[in-house]
Design a binder for this molecule. Structure first.
Ligand SMILES: [Zn+2]
Length: 266
């Protein structure tokens, strides 16, 4: 703890308060434990000390020891200690969640549908009215163009190509954070919020709380994504906003590329 002006009284190492001398017994005085705190159980004392340390946690780059201690406290059996530690951890390491999740998430299938206009290569608006589907196991990338009604085309990717594409979608485009990043679901608590950093990452069961969801806007979404991950989580995004954000747009063009090169053969 930094330069706190030392008030009068005697410091209690459990509650972290400075109290008048009469609040301490003779023995407590020497042990730096006030009368109130001395009545606490050993577990309560430990929790109070942890909370105390957490509240005064330095807001600077943490040492390895501090980081390790904080991570341990995130799993403390005392829920107040664990919650406080998690809050502080997320303040200190805002990207830790994402980065840890990236290592865990493998896309099994992805479907991306788009019905809007995008800026083409020459700055002109062009119609994007397509659906893409990716299947990791069969390595098939399929596209249907509703605008030209040319039916479904598909390409089978090399193993490495498919892995690279899926990694790009998770690691670079961070598709698993699109709800939060683009505020797509008003009920933001539904997806990927109950995350606990473990040795591995645990993503809480993603229950669709349908009764809590706001009534869906009328009409067809301008774009939507459905992803199934290997850890059995499912992500559903629908955007009723005509504006196509940067990363969905990037996904659109990078998927389209697999088919543009095909066209040139003919
Ligand atoms: Zn005390």
């Amino acid at each position: 703890m930094s330069k706190r002006k030392r008030p009068h009284g005697h410091y209690c190492k459990i509650c972290g308060e400075y109290k008048a001398n009469e609040k301490f017994s003779g023995k407590g005085h020497a042990a730096h434990i006030c009368k109130a705190c001395s009545r606490l159980s050993a577990a309560e004392k430990a929790a109070a000390m942890d909370i105390n340390r957490l509240m005064g946690f330095p807001m600077r780059r943490l040492s390895d020891g501090e980081k390790k201690w904080l991570q341990t406290k995130m799993h403390d059996t005392n829920s107040e200690v664990a919650d406080t530690a998690r809050e502080i951890y997320h303040v200190c390491f805002p990207h830790a969640e994402r980065n840890a999740m990236k290592k865990q998430l493998i896309i099994n299938t992805l479907s991306f549908e788009i019905h809007t206009e995008v800026y083409g290569g020459y700055g002109d608006m062009e119609t994007a009215d397509r659906r893409f589907a990716i299947d990791r196991k069969s390595r098939v990338l399929a596209m249907e163009d509703f605008h030209t009604e040319s039916g479904e085309q598909s390409v089978t990717l090399e193993k490495g190509q498919m892995a690279k594409l899926l990694r790009y979608i998770v690691h670079t485009l961070e598709i698993f954070m699109w709800e939060q990043d683009y505020c797509l679901n008003l009920d933001e608590d539904v997806f990927f919020t109950d995350i606990f950093l473990d040795e591995g990452v645990y993503v809480d069961d993603l229950e669709e709380k349908e009764e809590d969801l706001p009534t869906e806007p009328e009409g067809r979404p301008f774009w939507q994504v459905h992803v199934e991950y290997s850890n059995h989580t499912v992500q559903d995004i629908s955007s009723y906003n005509d504006y196509l954000p940067e990363r969905p747009e990037e996904l659109y063009f990078s998927l389209l590329e697999y088919f543009d090169s095909e066209d040139e053969i003919f």
